[in-house]
Design a binder for this molecule. Structure first.
Ligand SMILES: Cc1cc2nc3c(=O)[nH]c(=O)nc-3n(C[C@H](O)[C@H](O)[C@H](O)COP(=O)(O)OP(=O)(O)OC[C@H]3O[C@@H](n4cnc5c(N)ncnc54)[C@H](O)[C@@H]3O)c2cc1C
Length: 391
């Protein structure tokens, strides 16, 4: 039987960050989860999962000492965002309007995982390559039958969080009935470090800038689409998809980046709005285990990284007579995160609802007129940029 101060269940980006932050604070921490070597340094291929990393997340990765290990040639700074409504409404946010060099950074999941994976090894964080199976206060038993004890178990085990379920923490989930489709495209025109998004009643399409390849300019497509329509695309064979997808995208983008062609397989993720009680004696949830939002603002991972930073900071500040699993300490974490998580939930869900209504009628007029008003108000734009930065 092993005993630690803290066990982090889950070796995704949020779990790795938590374990690394605690190891840097000299906490006796252990990782528990499947130990998969990250898919990184893929050359001309790009990892299917691509993230828009906010300034707050970038600062945290810098504090952890891993930002500089992510290869600079695989990171694209977003200098501008272009958001199109379903009529003529449009908002353009430029980094310079908020006196910033960039609004966010686009990078592959595998590159962040690789940097964190190496760092937890360098810090000698013990890693039990197994899965949490059952929980009772103060201990878990893994699938391979190992008993692990700790004062605090951090659930960083994703949206289905086996730890959350085993500890019976309250949880609500609402399926959007949308699937997030992702793949990479080659584009005829350069993206000029601009992230472009189109809101349509049946879905939200985003082109995120990626590094150029030998085939030409490259973007990552993130298209949240009604499940029925997504299934049609997912059922296509690669040859059919290569013809049909560019045609459908062209109808929406009106050739904004010229001719586009498919350069990777298509992946789909079911989209849900979820929230859980984030703490109980001896337990704290972080990342998707604690909350899930619509990816239209690209903020899910960013929320999880800030959870990790705040939780580790609060644990570092705890009174010496309190244990890591003391509910008084953990409630400080829940209180500090509540407002930002609620705000992101309301903003993303509200925008989704606003654009999910029919493309004619007063609401359609208002949402597009609203975008035009925002476009003319520099002060409002600065507030939007600050919110997206998470600072
Ligand atoms: C289409 C789409 C696009 C997105 N784009 C963005 C974006 O641009 N920016 C952004 O910030 N966010 C984005 N998100 C959200 C982001 O993907 C998630 O918020 C993020 O991946 C959550 O990370 P996590 O570490 O909490 O969970 P996960 O990445 O799900 O990691 C969970 C870990 O737990 C492990 N695990 C599972 N079961 C057990 C067990 N029993 N015991 C131990 N370990 C276990 C798993 O193996 C895994 O390693 C997007 C989401 C979607 C669907």
């Amino acid at each position: 039987m092993s005993k630690y101060d803290v066990v982090v269940c889950g070796g995704g980006i949020v779990g790795l960050s938590c374990a690394l932050a605690l190891a840097r604070q000299r906490v006796n921490v252990c990782l528990l989860g499947p130990r998969k070597k990250p898919m990184a340094n893929l050359g001309e291929q790009y990892h299917p999962r691509v993230y828009a990393i906010s300034s707050a997340s970038q600062l945290f990765l810098q504090e952890l000492g891993v930002w500089s290990s992510i290869p600079a040639e695989r990171i694209v700074p977003v200098e501008s965002m272009e958001i199109h409504g379903d009529r003529d409404g449009m908002v353009v946010l430029d980094a310079w309007q908020a006196a910033q060099a960039e609004l966010a950074w686009i990078m592959e999941s595998g590159e962040i995982e690789q940097a964190l994976f190496q760092a937890v090894q360098i810090f000698g964080v013990p890693w039990i390559d197994d899965k949490m199976q059952s929980y009772s206060p103060g201990q878990v038993v893994t699938e391979k039958g190992k008993t692990v004890q700790a004062d605090l178990f951090i659930g960083a085990d994703g949206a289905r969080s086996p730890l959350r379920k085993a500890a019976a923490l309250a949880h609500e989930a609402k399926p959007y009935g949308d699937t997030g489709l992702v793949l990479q495209l080659t584009t005829e025109k350069p993206h000029l470090n601009t992230a472009i998004q189109w809101f349509r009643p049946n879905g939200i399409l985003a082109f995120l800038p990626l590094p150029d390849t030998r085939d030409g300019h490259q973007v990552s497509m993130v298209w949240s689409l009604r499940d029925e329509q997504a299934k049609v695309l997912q059922a296509m064979d690669p040859e059919q998809l290569a013809i049909e997808l560019p045609r459908k995208l062209d109808e929406i983008t009106q050739g904004r980046l010229g001719k586009v062609s498919v350069r990777s397989p298509l992946y789909g993720f079911p989209l849900t709005l979820e929230k859980a009680k984030m703490t109980a004696p001896g337990i704290a949830l972080v990342g998707d285990a604690a909350h899930r939002v619509h990816p239209l603002a690209g903020q899910g991972l960013n929320l999880g990284l800030v959870d990790a930073r705040v939780l580790c900071h609060i644990l570092a500040q705890k009174e010496p007579f309190r244990s890591f699993g003391d509910l008084r300490v953990l409630e400080r974490y829940q209180t500090e995160r509540a407002e930002a998580i609620l705000a992101m939930r309301l903003a993303t869900d509200g925008l989704h609802k606003l654009f999910a209504s029919p493309s004619s009628g007063p609401l359609a007029f208002l949402r597009n007129a609203g975008m035009d008003v925002v476009q003319r108000l520099p002060f409002v734009k600065q507030r939007l940029i600050a919110a997206a930065s998470g600072l």
